[in-house]
Each structure stands twice: as structure tokens, then as C-alpha cells.
Design a protein. Sequence first.
Length: 145
Amino acid sequence: MKKFLAILFSVVILATFMVVPAFAEKSPEGEVFHKVEIKGGSTVDVKDGDTVTLKVSDDEKEFEGWVITGDYEIVSGTLTSEELVILPKGDLVVEENYKDVIADDKDENDSDKAPQTGNGALMVTVLLTAGAFVGMLATKKAVRA
């Protein structure tokens, strides 16, 4: 009889633990955020469903367009607009592209000087190492003699 009561008690306890979670309240889910990294700027965490407004940061350069890596939807503007509103659907990396402007019309190869070749520091290092090695050998021979 004791075995029967022990087994019955175990079954009742087990059934209780199986049934109670079915009636428990659903756990609240956390909010989803997307990371938007602005190259050369900052990183912003954006709540899922919120939009991000991108504006050109340098008015003095000629703006070429936006390069956006990741999943997003354009709400207003285009990738070449100076102001763009996007809806992130995942983590993004945003970069502004500017046209390269050359200050004058002079070609890079119009210089009167030849390009520098070799490295002076490397030569000095090689000479100092060789000198130290010769000095070490001379010292060993002097000690033996």
C-alpha cells in the first residue's frame, strides 16, 4: 500500500507540473532593436518599426550617394538624395559617398622630381646590424687570444 501511495503521489505531482504551465500567462517579449552604424560617425540602436533619417554631413563636398549594407526599405528620397528616410529591417552599415575633387588640373605625373625609391631607415638598420655582428665576432676573437 505504501508503494501504491508513493506512485500515486508522484503521478499527481508530475501532472500538476505539466498542467500549470498551460494556464500561466504568456511571458512578455522584449523589443527588437536594429543597429545602424554610420561610417565615420556613430552607431545607433533603432527600435523595430522606427525610421531613420540620413542627412549629408559635409556640405562643402559634392555628394554622390548613399551606400547602405543590410536589409532596409526606403520610405522617402533616393540613394542619391541629400536626405533619405529608411526603415531598417535588420542591422545596417551606412556610408556617404562624395565625388573626388582635384584642386587643380595638374596631372599627378607632371612633377619635376622622380618618385622616392628605397628606404633610408632600412639601410641604417642593416648597417647597424652588420656592424654589431662584426663587433661581436671581433670581441670573441680578442677574448680567445
